[in-house]
Design a protein around this ligand. Structure first.
Ligand code: PLP
Length: 373
């Protein structure tokens, strides 16, 4: 097989027809209103609140600052937040940057989401909240997490960066917990170029989010919070409106790509797909496969390098664990979460985007299969 030129990257951002974007850009130019909650922003906020069944939805310039603002809006005065080390480092940094200490709980071996059976042993008098992550869009065991949170009177904030559009038994993921953060970064399955949102159930919480993303300002000119600047601008919102229009269509294409991977790679010893929890409608945001080196005969890293030699760029997602990051060195021992540690050494996410050609999927699968010894 020939090396792919141009290379096949892990993902490509979904883009609407450029003429449609131009048309909205013309509207923005005509309005002379670029940010601070203009017409596109208002339209997108309403459209997403409906799409995600949200009582209150607030837009942000990116997912990370959305998460920081959400943590701030709880008003904790220091303390610990129980979370998972098997996540994008943003989750961990958001907790730390808000002046709290991340406490890592191990993940469940099938879905790699936080293991509810191991949460309670992490609760101390300093615990302020639980911050689980819907890894690869697979929802956490939200009933179990909700029961623990209720018993200990702790709020739950979900990092739902991967879970746009995912439902569980017909219910949107953001219907669970006190608040959820979504990321609309260019690499996510729904994008606003950069962007994010927080969904919450409480009007006062939503008000505080407004403050944290805009220097603490409120319509009555009262400056109530020590807020920063995390507002979404009109050009981002316009992109979001158009991508929303094509979202379901893109999910169908992703589903076809996913089905092709499954067809090609099922039944290979030592290679496994992530199972999908019962009742879950997926968004096919990622295509994670795990390699058990003892059975497959080659490590994840060998598969990664082999794909790379053919111009195919997969991603070790998530590697390293948050608890291994150089900036947290000494504070944690990654072996304390052995399931997450093993997952970080075995998982490879393969290229996945709506317009990935099925013939390219076949080539990727052929190379992956050829690594088996
Ligand atoms: C992408 C991502 C974030 C951060 O979102 P941005 O929009 O890139 O700032 C946070 N958590 C997880 C799990 C993510 O994948």
């Amino acid at each position: 097989m020939q090396k792919k030129d141009p290379p096949i990257l892990i993902t490509r951002p979904t883009l609407p027809p450029v003429e449609e974007y131009e048309s909205l850009v013309r509207d923005i130019f005509a309005s002379g209103y670029l940010t601070n909650g203009g017409a596109q922003h208002a339209r997108l906020e309403a459209a997403l609140a409906e799409k995600l069944s949200a009582p209150y939805l607030r837009l942000f310039t990116n997912g990370h600052l959305a998460l920081e603002c959400a943590i701030s809006a709880f008003g904790f005065d220091g303390g610990e937040i129980i979370t998972t080390p098997f996540t994008f480092i943003s989750t961990t940094h958001a907790i730390s940057r808000c002046g709290l200490t991340p406490v890592f709980c191990d993940v469940e071996p099938n879905y790699f989401t936080i293991d509810p059976a191991k949460i309670e042993e992490k609760i101390t008098p300093r615990t302020r909240a639980i911050l689980p992550v819907h890894v690869y869009g697979n929802p956490c065991d939200m009933d179990a997490i909700g029961a623990i949170a209720k018993k200990h009177n702790l709020p739950v904030l979900y990092d739902a960066a991967h879970a746009f559009g995912v439902t569980v038994r017909g219910r949107a993921v953001a219907e669970f917990g006190d608040a959820s953060m979504f990321s609309f970064h260019a690499t996510k399955c729904y994008n606003t170029i950069e962007g994010g949102a927080v969904i919450c159930k409480d009007t006062a919480f939503a008000e505080r989010l407004n403050g944290y993303k805009n220097f603490g300002y409120h319509p009555d000119e009262e400056i109530r919070e020590v807020g920063g600047n995390a507002k979404m601008n009109e050009f981002q919102a316009a992109m979001g409106l158009l991508n929303l229009k094509y979202f379901e269509q893109n999910i169908e294409k992703r589903a076809a790509v996913s089905a092709r991977y499954h067809k090609n790679l099922s039944g290979i010893d030592g290679l496994s797909f992530r199972p999908v929890p019962e009742g879950v409608q997926q968004n096919y945001a990622y295509l994670p496969v795990s390699f058990d080196p003892a059975v497959f005969g080659a490590s994840r890293d060998v598969v990664f390098e082999t794909l790379k030699s053919f111009g195919i760029i997969a991603r070790k997602y998530f590697y390293p664990l948050s608890s291994e990051a150089a900036c947290y060195k000494g504070a944690y021992s990654p072996e304390d979460t052995p399931v997450a540690f093993t997952a970080s050494r075995r998982v490879l996410t393969l290229p996945m985007y709506p317009d990935l050609a099925l013939s390219d999927v076949d080539d990727i699968c052929e190379i992956v299969a050829s690594c088996q010894r």
